[in-house]
Design a protein around this ligand. Structure first.
Ligand code: C5P
Length: 228
């Protein structure tokens, strides 16, 4: 796979990585890896198979044999299936996020998903969204972005999304969830959430997502990944 370019977009939950990564993949006509979705499917698969998130050997076995598939709905939404069963909605709940970050701290799970993530690297290029894309999965990536925002801003964004969907949520609870997940993701021993040394760090707290995207596209041109 040498020579196929990859842009990594890492950062904490709710920093806008997904939006920016999708915009980038669309603009460049490149493939897209939502690595968080893989961890979320592992968490969900445990619930389906009756495996506790704390049973590390059993969770790792699920990750090694994970039957997951991605497809695009006519609306453009990415559908995620486990063993052919659509789990797109379940994996995006707050419980789905908790499950993902719990199983993601298990070294054997990360190991099992490593090869699978690298298989997404296909011509003409890949935009990889996650926590350790630039540090562990694609350390040779020519462009690494680390997108962050304050915990309060991220909680408020999530709050607005959920309220628009008609869900009954509390902002303090969401803020607490985000802080807990940040702490778990940043303090784990394997692949903790940290910017790669050569990552470009962008804080989106007070910057509209369109401006963040424009900044990233500028870097894409500077790196010669597309013709200026
Ligand atoms: O990105 P998303 O919020 O879907 O990720 C869910 C969880 O999966 C994160 O909180 C993190 O614990 C885990 N994750 C990870 N490494 C990645 C992507 C996600 O540990 N590359």
């Amino acid at each position: 796979m040498a020579g196929i370019p990859v842009i990594t977009v890492d950062g904490p939950s709710g920093a806008g990585k997904g939006t920016v990564s999708h915009m980038l993949a669309d603009a460049l006509g490149w493939h897209f890896l939502d690595s968080g979705a893989l961890y979320r499917v592992v968490g969900q698969a445990c619930l389906i198979e009756g495996v506790s998130w704390d049973d590390h050997p059993a969770v790792a076995a699920i990750a090694r044999h994970l039957q997951v598939s991605f497809s695009a709905a006519p609306s453009g939404e990415i559908l995620v299936a486990y063993k052919g069963r659509d789990v797109s909605r379940e994996i995006r709940t707050e419980e789905g996020g908790r499950g993902a970050s719990t199983v993601a701290a298990i070294p054997a799970v990360r190991e099992a998903l490593l090869v699978r993530q690298r298989e997404f690297l296909q011509a003409p290029g890949l935009v990889a969204d996650g926590r350790d894309m630039g540090t562990v999965v694609f350390p040779a990536a020519p462009l690494k972005i680390f997108l962050t925002a304050s915990a309060l801003e991220r909680a408020e964004r999530r709050y607005k999304q959920l309220i628009e969907k008609g869900e009954n949520v509390s902002l303090p609870r969401l803020l607490e969830d985000i802080r807990e997940r940040d702490a778990r993701d940043s303090s784990r021993e394997v692949s903790p959430l940290v910017p790669a040394e050569d990552a470009i760090v962008i804080d989106s707290t007070a910057t509209p997502i369109g401006d963040v995207f424009a900044q990233v596209m500028q870097k894409v041109r500077e790196k010669g990944l597309i013709k200026a």
